[in-house]
Design a binder for this molecule. Structure first.
Ligand SMILES: CC(C)=CC(=O)SCCNC(=O)CCNC(=O)[C@H](O)C(C)(C)COP(=O)(O)OP(=O)(O)OC[C@H]1O[C@@H](n2cnc3c(N)ncnc32)[C@H](O)[C@@H]1OP(=O)(O)O
Length: 258
């Protein structure tokens, strides 16, 4: 994996760990972070030894938003013609599951980046918000869409229109956060969750992620058909035979990702 200016990457067994690393700017998301994160995710996505990824920030900030200092001078033509922020789609296009480990501020683009991941494990200190309105803009990395789908229209409107922050407990009650843990447990909890995912048959994991994500995009009838076809296709895998034989024979399965 290449050296990065704004990220640290490492592997922990079959988990890829990416840590945002712009501490002086509270991990504000600039174009370098966007490019490097896409590159790092692509590398983990195509590495057969990696089964899942954890994306983390620092204790104080997962990410305090898109980089306001970089954005300040952008004009309409630059933004439109250059498809400003369009490159972030690469995160959601990652096929392997990504667990977001969120501590401290996850604001604006930071909250949106966490929502591009497959689920969020938050520290008790986490604070989520979409304060773009306070800067004269609106969410531009998916906040109005993913937040509304995650927490419903009422709370999404509240957050997007007032720019207020919500704490981890409110975010969990609202359905944005999957689990809350003590700050000192955050990284281990996320790595353990990712290692568990990575221990399961790769094809089933990728199909499970794809099926759940399609729920946001298609009708119920189409989603149910897709789920059933993916489910049926897994009976062509050796890991389905192994998983079910192991259960019947009361032993641990030994999956081969085939
Ligand atoms: C995706 C789209 C379309 C838009 C966005 O994401 S817009 C950005 C949304 N985020 C925000 O509006 C949050 C901005 N930050 C803050 O309000 C505060 O920094 C804070 C409440 C998160 C933390 O306050 P604190 O007093 O603890 O820390 P600061 O002194 O304010 O910050 C430390 C250091 O980081 C720089 N910083 C923080 N956030 C950003 C940002 N989003 N972009 C660029 N730089 C940021 C801050 O300027 C300061 O650095 P300097 O001392 O060098 O100015």
């Amino acid at each position: 994996m290449a050296d990065f200016e704004t990220l640290l990457t490492e592997t922990r067994g079959n988990v890829g760990l990416i840590t945002l690393n712009r501490p002086k700017a509270l991990n504000a998301l600039n174009s370098t972070v966007m490019r490097e994160l896409s590159e790092a995710l692509k590398a983990f996505d195509s590495d057969p030894s990696i089964g899942a990824v954890v994306l983390a920030g620092s204790e104080k900030a997962f990410a305090a938003g898109a980089d306001i200092k970089e954005m300040q001078a952008v004009d309409f033509v630059d933004a439109f013609v250059g498809d400003f922020l369009g490159g972030w789609e690469a995160v959601a296009a990652t096929r392997k599951p990504i667990v977001a480990a969120v501590s401290g501020y996850a604001l604006g683009g930071g909250c949106e980046l966490a929502m591009m991941c497959d689920f969020i494990i938050a520290s008790e200190t986490a604070k989520f918000g979409q304060p773009e309105i306070t800067l004269g803009v609106i969410p531009g990395m998916g906040g109005s869409q993913r937040l509304a789908r995650a927490v419903g229209k009422a709370k999404a409107m509240d957050l997007v229109l007032t720019g207020r922050m919500m704490d981890a407990a409110e975010a969990e009650r609202a359905g944005l956060v999957a689990r809350i843990v003590a700050p000192e447990r955050l990284l281990d909890e996320a790595l353990e969750a990712a290692a568990k995912i990575a221990s399961f048959p790769r094809a089933a994991v990728l199909m499970a992620k794809e099926a759940v994500n399609r729920a946001d995009e298609v009708t119920l009838a189409e989603g149910l058909r897709l789920e059933r076809r993916l489910f049926q296709s897994l009976f062509a895998t050796q890991d389905q035979k192994e998983g079910m034989s192991a259960f019947v024979e009361k032993r641990k399965p030994s999956f081969t990702n085939r």
